[in-house]
Design a binder for this molecule. Structure first.
Ligand code: AMP
Ligand code: ZN
Length: 471
């Protein structure tokens, strides 16, 4: 498998640190509001990466944090007159609901910054002891950026270029840094802010230190993959590297993966432009599956343009895949027997779609090409199955389709996910309709057919009896 590594700017063969295992850390959202549609991109992309690794037989330890102490959370808590924890817990719950709607599986661990303060204090002290950090007069602890010789290696920035850009800070004397490049590890509390006791001052951690600490605690000093949106490359991930490698003395992550941004109608999403959408806004109009499908139709390193038209066309495309699966389910209700010799040959031919799917995913998780391979399979299935197909043939093909879509987190086999009660309900209604017909109560029989139709159930009267399928 090839992965594009932001650090080396090229695709590299994936070799895990521990054979058969993948340890990955994905920077999660700051929880002060409902997540926006841009935040959903890394969630969906890296959940798909995780699913593909699992399909390839790896055991994946997937950690994704919630940043639950931050200026924006504090601002909101002051506005609402509640504790910051009330705000963050509320939006963590809401975020989890959105993840479920998008079929993003919960991480192995979802650490929260406020529950890892001891670890942060420990790492900061370690950095001070090693000369990589210092306490300023007011109790703020800064990281001594220039001390870390490799600073800039991820974002390909040179220290010299960074200095000039930040010189203004030193001149205005706004802080007590030794150098304008230094960044905050711990800062003193202000009135009304949450704080923790520590050796330097009552206060709270800077943003970057939480990921270094949580990654170390749940995945170890060196991990396979560290991921997030491309805006995190600098300074967040650069600073994480500086902290972790100075403290631990070993490389932090082998592969750095970054998704490109999602734009709305070709413009950056922002509240001031009036084109800001939460996942919840979009879920009002489109199923979570459509959002997920849409996000995967573009390679994760390419910008993704989001628009109503594109979403509508995504819905239509996804329906084609779902219809193919329902058709197989429908045929399977009456199909029987083992594959004929011709069907065996056809199945051998059908395996080429899985091969192209894998080829695409092995090439830096090219979900766009992988989805094209699913479409090729759908087209092929539609032209190679019929009412005379054997049950084994149909089952094999359905398995193929479900396996590939499942890697993408798409649930196309609706019939299987239908609750037992729905199937029982439909059967009951069919029996009632048959009884009404027998009693020549055709109005009632038609009403039942319409009622089922309104619930997306289509009835078909055949010589073998009444069959039903989802529309
Ligand atoms: P934040 O809460 O801003 O830290 O964002 C959480 C995650 O969403 C990070 O990985 C960001 O890089 C990512 N992200 C934020 N905005 C967008 C966007 N418009 N498109 C894609 N990813 C984004
Ligand atoms: Zn992070």
């Amino acid at each position: 498998m090839q992965i594009f590594n932001t650090m080396t700017r090229r695709k590299e063969e994936f070799v895990p640190i521990h054979p058969g295992e993948v340890r990955m850390y994905v920077c999660g959202p700051t929880v002060y509001n409902l997540i926006h549609i841009g935040n959903a991109r890394p969630m969906i992309v890296f959940d798909t990466v995780r699913r593909y690794f699992e399909y390839r037989g790896y055991k994946v330890n997937y950690v994704s944090n919630f940043t639950d102490v931050d200026d924006k959370i504090i601002k909101k808590s002051l506005e609402e007159g509640v504790d910051a924890g009330v705000i963050s817990e509320r939006y963590i719950e809401e975020c989890k609901k959105d993840m479920e709607s998008l079929n993003v599986r919960p991480a192995t661990t979802h650490p929260q910054a406020t529950k890892e303060i001891d670890g942060m204090i420990e790492m900061i002290q370690d950095l001070i002891d090693k000369g990589y950090a210092y306490k300023a007069e007011d109790g703020t602890v800064y990281y001594r950026t220039r001390r870390f010789m490799q600073y800039g290696k991820l974002s390909h920035k040179k220290i010299a270029d960074l200095r000039s850009g930040n010189r203004a800070l030193l001149v205005t004397g706004e802080d007590q840094k030794e150098d304008p490049l230094d960044f905050v590890l711990w800062k003193p509390k202000k009135d009304g802010e949450p704080y923790w006791d520590c050796p330097w001052c009552k206060g709270r951690p800077g943003w970057h230190i939480e990921c270094s600490v949580m990654s170390k605690r749940y995945l170890g000093d060196s991990i396979d993959i560290h991921a997030g949106g491309e805006d995190l490359v600098f300074p967040h991930h650069e600073n994480e590297i500086a902290q972790s490698e100075a403290a631990n003395g070993v490389p932090f992550a082998r592969y750095w993966m970054h998704n490109a941004f999602l734009n709305i109608d070709n413009r950056k999403m922002s509240k001031s432009l009036g084109n800001f959408f939460t996942v919840r806004d979009i879920l009002d109009q489109f199923d979570g599956q459509v959002i997920r499908y849409f996000m995967l139709t573009v390679h994760y390193r390419s910008p993704l343009n989001f628009s109503r038209e594109l979403m509508e066309s995504a819905r239509t495309s996804l329906e084609r895949i779902v219809n193919c699966a329902s058709n197989l389910t429908f045929l399977l209700k009456t199909a029987e027997g083992a594959c004929s010799p011709e069907e065996k040959d056809l199945l051998r031919e059908a395996r080429k779609f899985r091969a192209s799917f894998e080829k695409a995913m092995d090439d830096d998780f090219n979900t766009a090409d992988a989805i094209s391979a699913i479409f090729e399979l759908v087209k092929w299935i539609n032209s190679n199955v019929s009412e005379s197909s054997s049950a084994d043939f149909l089952t094999e093909l359905k398995g193929e389709l479900v396996t590939l879509t499942d890697i993408c987190g798409l649930v196309v086999d609706k019939e299987e996910t239908l609750e037992e009660d729905l199937a029982a309900y439909v059967e009951k209604m069919i029996a009632e309709r048959q009884a009404a017909r027998k009693a020549r109560d055709f109005a009632r029989a038609d009403a039942i057919r319409e009622e089922l139709k309104a619930r997306g159930i289509i009835l078909e009267d055949t010589r073998e009896g009444v069959k039903w399928k989802k529309a």
